[in-house]
Design a protein around this ligand. Sequence first.
Ligand code: C2O
Ligand code: CU
Ligand code: CU
Length: 529
Amino acid sequence: MKTTTNLQRRKLLKYAALGIAGAVTSPASAKPGGFVRVNAPSAGFYPDVEIDLIQNTAEAAIFPGETTRIWKITGKVIKGPSGVLDNNEGTYLAPTLRFKKGQKVRLTLNNNLPAQSILHWHGLHVPANMDGNPMYAINQGETYVYEFEILNRAGTYFYHAHTHSVTARQVYSGLAGLLIVSDDQEQALNLPSGDLDVPLVIQDRSFDDQNQLLYSAHMMQRMQGFLGDRIMVNGRPDYVLPVATRAYRLRLVNGSNSRIYKLAWDDDTPLTVIGVDGGLLEKPEQHAYVMLAPGERLEVWMDFSKRAPGAELSLRSLKFDIAAHGGMGMMGMGMMRGGMMAVSSLPSGSDYPLLKIRVAKKEQGHNILPEVLTPITALQVKHAENAANPRTIALSMQHMSALLNGRSYKMNDIQPDEIIPVNSLQLIEFDNGFDGGMQGMMMSMPHPMHVHGEQFQIVKREVNLRFNDSRASVASGFIQSGWKDTVLVMPGEKVTILKPFNDFKGLFMYHCHNLEHEDLGMMRDFLIK
Ligand code: C2O
Ligand code: CU
Ligand code: CU
């Protein structure tokens, strides 16, 4: 273990020397509690909020009978307003953190797990050495100090383990939680708040008959991505949300390893979407159903004021075609159908309930949905540094690997086409077999593509005609507006985005957020310089 520690540290110092990773200059030092710091808090940083996080093995009473062994993050507020932390006790879910834009936060991560690990703040615009790149993983007994200012607009962000080749298993064990940001502009809208503002983290898990988490990582499962047979919401099974006859702000987070949801209310009420990954939309949008892939978030407005106490409603995932039927893509998918699809008794793309809502009490209140939510400046292609020459990222899968532009993840392996000038706007296209070619010969799977750092906007979504039929069952479930950090790219699609790379130099990852794909190597770094 010591060797790894030293290796890690040498890596940090090397990056620091290159001016890439920022200052990790202070030597390791013991701190109270016996944890060894790999970096030190900086003297000139005055946090508004300071929280100690500790990662431990733990047990939770998820079901009657045997407790479930989990990996649990527990937080302790050192400094900060009340309500900044909720430990979500009794579940594997990591603490919910609530910050305000402009706050300076110090998060001290103590790793007491018998494994290397590092946390990443998904969707936040933070310096490279605060972003939880796998090269910063710390060992058991070590501490990583994060310090950054919350620059993001109000929104539903999250955080999770990002450890090289074991992210999927670590997130599955419990290393993921919510990070909610608010700001003045959003607060002025008077959206439902307090009990009326409900985060719903949707995940799938499998348990054995001793109530223990099951996770197998055999190759077939890794190629498809893990699919559990139980839906968990906020770390609990058979989730029921009691509501009053009021309007609610529901924040849906897909924290699953690989499962994609086609969300809809079971009584055909359209979904009123008010926000996505990077916060509120300009205006509410209504959709019969919405696709939510791993890593994506969705804010939904739902008014229960016309419903009678006792009434029930379910949020479901509806049936959709996950398979691609485009030409030779069939070959791969045939294998998936026969082999991998059988991995879960709750197949991806089938019809099943996610959670139940029960109208529990009558209550009067203000239930008006604002017509305009927030101004969003549309990014313009002509302002992109590479407007005439988009960066194409080809998504592909072969028998034992999942690749980006034919490459697999490797630490510190920046290729010339992965270098981006700081403070530039980039036009990037994710190509999942849109252009046919060799992609058509291989397995076609959906890939939720995520880029670290600042939020982006979707410019367009194109589909290869050969895939039109298989795509019909998901076609109207994409939200194209607002600020995003993760976008689902279906087989045969090409999705073009505009992404700013402002303020921070260093390494920022781009990868598939199907966590098994990520661990299989479908991940790379951009070097911003
Ligand atoms: Cu939520 Cu690099 O990921
Ligand atoms: Cu991220
Ligand atoms: Cu993928």
